[in-house]
Design a protein around this ligand. Structure first.
Ligand SMILES: [Zn+2]
Ligand SMILES: [Zn+2]
Length: 152
């Protein structure tokens, strides 16, 4: 079963600089390596991490997202001071999602209709009673008790 690494999700109150540094340190790469992978100047990355720059142009955002293997929406959320929860669509893949865990951002943040892992249709509600999913912390529909995900 596929589980998204939730440590890559920005923490509430985390600044862009703190977030980038945390991801970089957990990936065990130097500023130089990250700057090269993202196609930005080492100086620009240094300024970002020290909180001297609070804006990212779209090229920088894209480069950092690819280099750190995170959705660009995560960077946007941090920049705008929003929680990732607030920008998520409550969508999940009934095959790949493990109920009650952090969902993969490819389901919740993109405009995707299908799971990029298995190709299944994404769902946003209970399969039995159609009650919308209210929280990714739930494994079962609070309305009818049906599990959100199918057993394999
Ligand atoms: Zn899937
Ligand atoms: Zn239900």
């Amino acid at each position: 079963m596929y589980i998204f690494d939730s440590s890559k999700t920005p923490k509430p109150e985390e600044t862009v600089g703190e977030y980038l540094r945390r991801l970089r340190e957990s990936a065990n790469i130097s500023q130089q390596e990250l700057a090269e992978a993202a196609g930005i100047h080492l100086q620009s990355l240094g300024k970002l991490e020290r909180g001297l720059t609070k804006r990212l142009n779209s090229k920088t955002k894209k480069g950092l997202a690819i280099a750190l293997d995170i959705p660009e929406e995560f960077l946007e959320a941090v920049l705008n001071g929003k929680s990732v929860e607030g920008i998520q669509k409550k969508q999940f893949c009934p095959h790949c999602w493990k109920g009650g865990t952090t969902p993969d951002p490819v389901w919740t943040l993109s405009r995707a209709k299908y799971c990029l892992i298995c190709g299944n249709n994404l769902l946003n509600s209970c399969q039995k009673c159609q009650e919308p999913l209210m929280s990714f912390k739930h494994k079962f529909c609070p309305n009818c008790g049906t599990p959100y995900t199918k057993k394999k």
